[in-house]
Design a protein around this ligand. Structure first.
Ligand code: ZN
Length: 170
């Protein structure tokens, strides 16, 4: 039994209470299509450089990226699904697959970019710590925890000043 068969058998064993048909549909999207996406993309990662000609590198670069994208969309006509699968594969993995990440940005950079924009929509980056937060007031520039810290610090300084004043007046 090769490793793909074993993966599928293991997968089926984990699906309790589902009919055979339900398992097959689920396996398509959770296992089989993601594997096709990853293996096709890895294949392109390795062969892409053979498609470049030296004289006209720039145009060719874009042409090849487009070609790869079209081929990927033939597996499943859903760029988000493809991108999510590849992001999970390349960014959650322990191995630093720089070639894969680079190809992902070359081919699906627009999708990645709009996903990032969507994920950070309505949030700001804190002036103090850089964390993202959802502002509750229009001109809020610091996250709630930094705001709280600054408030406490200001109160502390006020208290010191007040005590000094009291001392001087005595
Ligand atoms: Zn902060």
């Amino acid at each position: 039994m090769d490793s793909l068969d074993k993966l599928i058998v293991d997968y089926i064993e984990q699906q309790e209470g589902l009919t055979e048909e339900e398992i097959m549909i689920k396996a398509q999207f959770e296992l089989i299509i993601p594997m096709q996406i990853i293996s096709k993309f890895e294949e392109w990662k390795n062969k892409r450089r053979f498609y470049f000609n030296k004289d006209d590198n720039h145009d060719n670069y874009e042409y090849v990226s487009k070609l790869i994208r079209e081929e990927m969309l033939e597996i499943i006509d859903d760029a988000d699904f493809i991108v999510n699968t590849l992001v999970k594969h390349y960014y959650d993995s322990e191995k630093p697959n720089i070639g894969g990440k680079k190809l992902l940005w070359d081919v699906f950079g627009d999708v990645l970019y709009s996903n990032i924009k969507e994920n950070t929509k309505g949030t700001k980056s804190c002036d103090e710590c850089g964390d993202r937060f959802e502002p509750t007031k229009q001109r809020q520039t610091k996250c709630p925890s930094c705001q709280e810290k600054i408030k406490k610090e200001k109160a502390r300084l006020r208290k010191i000043k007040f005590n000094e004043k009291k001392k001087n007046n005595q």
